[in-house]
Design a binder for this molecule. Structure first.
Ligand code: PLP
Length: 360
């Protein structure tokens, strides 16, 4: 018997999404972003499924080391770079590229004793103002990296977008223009685009795109769906009905008793809750898929369970499958009901959810 709740991960969808992104950005290499446990899909399984990616983007050194320990030989890039002096030796030992976004990292590079230089991606703050060297700092910082023997040449260049998920926002074109002006005529590879850049802003694709969410079949843009771009959802979150109960008009259900049935109905109890990562703040009406139709969440989501209104004529039974999101119910739509983004839903599943990887 299959465990539940479980997240079924489709290797076929992952590979198909990578192929689709290559079609959409035919001149770019693909740095598949697999940070945060492959966006909740399982770091090593995702990486081993996407063997044809040109590189993998990660947020933490520990994530990169997990891939190397698992036998992954592909190029790896730390998107926020290293944090400690000692990390530099680890980067050299395991052949891991690093972003350099801050002066403290340059000081560490300058004082390190390394057996080989490190491949760096210099991060430019073109307008997001979170990480990176400002336009004013750029020339002096570049010269300093250029002079550092521990930095492999040529220096690669990157930036990150604040608003690429807003197709009408001029900020992305402005950031792109600033980055291009600053880096014109410099050697080294360039990367600007996250998923939204790759999907919506073709002129940002450059040498490398860095898609995360799109690889998992999800659109980064509010009101849009991955499937509109030929992407397939890679995750299906499933559980089961553990009770079907007749419920009388006027009766409440669950903690706080804040939802009352307006008419006689049947309620289904689904074995999933905030202890699994299904958000407690999912409001009444958040859709759940059961036996070919969508039914609404009613009452408060609790730690291990949630309740749905199956309707008075329902024929659903204990043990029936429930899909919280997946092919039949896009995670983008669930996120919109809950007032969050699909990124948060897929990355926040807890270890109680069995992640079941289905190879392509
Ligand atoms: C997470 C991340 C990405 C991927 O972003 P998506 O919106 O998931 O495509 C790309 N670049 C950097 C620097 C990131 O931190």
């Amino acid at each position: 018997m299959k465990p539940f709740p479980r997240a079924e991960i489709s290797g076929h969808a992952l590979q198909s999404n990578l192929a689709r992104l290559r079609e959409l950005a035919p001149k770019s290499k693909v740095m598949a972003v697999v940070k945060a446990n492959g966006y909740g899909h399982g770091l090593l399984n995702v990486a081993k499924c996407l063997t044809t990616a040109d590189g993998f983007g990660l947020a933490r050194l520990e994530e990169a080391l997990e891939l190397r320990a698992g036998g992954v030989k592909t190029k790896l890039l730390l998107l926020e770079g290293f944090f400690r002096q000692n990390d530099l030796n680890t980067l050299v030992e395991h052949d891991i590229d690093t972003v350099v976004h801050h002066e403290f990292q340059i000081e560490m590079l300058e004082s390190a004793k390394l057996s080989q230089p490190v491949t760096v991606w210099m991060k430019v703050d073109s307008g997001m103002h979170r990480l990176g060297f400002s336009l004013e700092q750029f020339a002096a910082t570049y010269a300093r990296l250029q002079a550092c023997p521990n930095v492999a040449k040529p220096i690669n260049l990157m930036t990150h977008f604040a608003c690429a998920d807003e197709p009408d926002n001029p900020a992305t074109a402005e950031q792109t223009a600033r980055f291009n002006r600053l880096t014109a005529n410099l050697p080294g590879e360039r990367t600007l685009a996250n998923s939204a850049g790759a999907l919506y802003w073709q002129e940002t694709q450059a040498d490398w795109i860095r898609p995360g969410i799109a690889l998992y079949g999800v659109s980064p843009v509010a009101g849009d769906l991955g499937r509109n771009h030929g992407l397939m959802p890679a995750m299906q979150l499933m559980s089961q009905l553990i009770a079907v109960r007749p419920h009388k008009a006027g009766d409440p259900v669950g903690y706080g008793s804040y939802w009352y049935a307006k008419q006689d109905t049947q309620l289904g109890v689904v074995a999933i809750g905030y202890g699994d990562g299904y958000p407690r703040n999912a409001p009444e009406g958040t859709p759940v898929w059961i036996n070919g139709r969508l039914v609404p969440v009613v009452g408060r989501v609790s730690m291990d369970m949630l309740t749905v209104d199956l309707g008075v004529d329902a024929t659903d039974a204990v043990g029936d499958d429930v899909i919280l999101w997946g092919q039949e119910l896009p995670v983008e739509e669930v996120a919109e009901h809950i007032g969050t983004i699909a990124y948060e839903l897929v990355t926040k599943l807890t270890p109680r959810v069995a992640v079941c990887f289905e190879s392509a």
